[in-house]
Design a protein around this ligand. Structure first.
Ligand SMILES: Nc1ncnc2c1ncn2[C@@H]1O[C@H](COP(=O)(O)OP(=O)(O)OP(=O)(O)O)[C@@H](O)[C@H]1O
Ligand SMILES: O=P(O)(O)OC[C@H]1O[C@](O)(CO)[C@@H](O)[C@@H]1O
Ligand SMILES: [Mg+2]
Length: 440
């Protein structure tokens, strides 16, 4: 259970400098739409959860609100900023970079901002990467393109060497845009910064198209990626309906969490089956997936199956899962396995089938952000700049139940966000597809 200690945000020191944004804040009060800096946001949101704590109100776990402070820690005229993007691509990375640079330069008056190239390796001399000077002119139109203008990478780098680079460049604030691995890397950097007695703020903007960062609303870029995925589901449905015994099989990203598969299915409402890592399924037998699919195709003439890449790994034998440079698991190909097993099963029963296999893979994450995600990225970037200028460190900015909050990095990597097999989302998927609760 998350406690108040888990939510305590670290600061570099007291805020003694008037913020250039103070005049804009006016006489703000906490409302449905904003929370003043002195207030706190309750972590729990039901009577039973709050009541179950048995704590007085001032001891209930609560989050620090995001947003501008009247006073800040860093003197903008003397502040140097670094930005890095790490891990896999996600729609909106360029929007976040753009938002950081514009907010820092236009509203706080920070004049020195550099981008490190290709993830954490951009800090390490042996890779020979230069840094990119980031000005409003450089970033103005970068949101028109997917990807990241800074480049990205996986693979472990030495935090001591990262901090050496921060020291050499006199960086006061480092923004890291990345997923769980990136945040773990940032925590190592924070540790070394502390050991050296430096005053450098490290603030994260969490990035994950898998939506697997816990305790936050949907991560940026997720909506765009999910919308792209619906195109493949629709194409699979058209193909399936146009062939005798047509089966459209779509494999989507989602190593450990099936959010993309679930939401893109709900958006299109064309799929008959969704298979995700969180819900194991039997393949064989009367109540197994293959026989259920065969009967459905016999009844209706066609079917659409959406499978997340991490689903059904227990069925992939003989292949040890590999690891990528960062140590993330590389799963066996459940999509291709299902295609083969479906064809074999239908053949064995003399049922005609035509399987059309779709693997949109990188196509869903390399596109520019849609307008919703662009606006979300910009607001996250604003929140990150406010947090950093106020000296917050080892923290990510996030939106939780529509409030922008500061969340300590250790909490953000303490677990992974999963589709809850007992929760509302999975129930909606079961309702939309009509698939059984379990294949057993
Ligand atoms: N456990 C870890 N400790 C320290 N640093 C890490 C750790 N895991 C990853 N990193 C660093 O973070 C960077 C990005 O990690 P990773 O490749 O796992 O992507 P990610 O940030 O989790 O994003 P994605 O959502 O694409 O998985 C790597 O280059 C690596 O240097
Ligand atoms: O091939 P890459 O670039 O390592 O990324 C693939 C992975 O990235 C993720 O989207 C996580 O960022 C996974 O779902 C996917 O398997
Ligand atoms: Mg990761």
């Amino acid at each position: 259970m998350v406690s108040q200690e888990d939510l305590a945000v670290r600061t570099l020191g007291p805020c003694r400098i008037d913020s250039p944004l103070a005049a804009r804040l006016g006489e703000r009060q906490t409302t449905q739409h904003s929370v003043v800096e002195e207030d706190r946001i309750l972590f729990d949101d039901t009577i039973s959860m709050v009541g179950g704590r048995g704590l007085p109100i001032d001891q209930l776990p609560s989050l620090e609100p995001g947003g501008p402070r009247k006073q800040i820690y860093f003197d903008p005229a003397k502040t140097r900023v670094g930005i890095v993007t790490c891990g896999g691509l996600c729609p909106g990375l360029n929007d976040v970079i753009r938002g950081l640079v514009l907010e820092l330069s236009r509203h706080y008056g920070v004049r020195r901002i550099v981008g490190f190239r290709n993830g954490y390796r951009g800090f390490i001399p042996r890779y020979g990467e230069d840094v990119l000077d980031l000005t409003p002119e450089v970033v103005m139109d970068i949101d028109d393109e997917g990807g990241t203008i800074l480049g990205t990478s996986r693979g472990e780098q030495d935090a001591e060497e990262v901090v050496d680079a921060l020291e050499r460049l006199g960086i006061n604030i480092l923004f890291v845009i990345g997923g769980d691995g990136t945040i773990r890397g940032a925590m190592d950097v924070v540790r070394v910064i502390g050991e050296r007695g430096l005053k450098v703020a490290v603030v994260g903007i969490p990035k994950t198209i898998d939506n697997d960062i816990p305790y936050i609303d949907q991560s940026f870029g997720f909506q765009t990626a999910m919308a792209e995925a619906t195109k493949s589901i629709h194409a699979a449905s058209v193909e399936a309906r146009s062939a005798p015994g047509g089966i459209g099989l779509v494999k989507l990203m989602g190593r450990h969490s099936g959010f993309i598969a679930c939401y893109s299915t709900l958006a299109k409402d064309d799929a008959d089956y969704v298979l995700i890592p969180e819900v194991p399924f039997a393949l064989d037998g009367e109540r197994g997936f293959l026989e259920h699919l065969r009967r459905r195709v016999e009844d209706r003439g066609h079917a659409v199956v959406v499978v997340a890449e991490g689903a059904g790994q227990e069925h992939i034998q003989g292949e040890e899962p590999g690891r990528d440079a960062s140590g993330n698991i590389r799963f066996g190909d459940i999509g291709r396995l299902l295609r083969r097993l479906v064809v074999d099963h239908f053949d064995a029963h003399g049922t005609e089938t035509n399987v059309r296999y779709f693997d949109p893979s990188y196509a869903i994450r390399s596109v520019p952000a849609n307008p919703f995600d662009s606006a979300y990225c910009l607001r996250l970037a604003h929140a990150a700049v406010h947090a950093a200028m106020a000296g917050r460190t080892e923290v990510i900015v996030a939106r939780r139940r529509r409030r922008f909050v500061h969340m300590p990095m250790p909490l953000a990597v303490s677990r992974r966000n999963h589709v809850d097999p007992m929760g509302d989302l999975w129930l909606s998927v079961l309702e939309a597809t009509g698939q059984p609760v379990r294949f057993e």
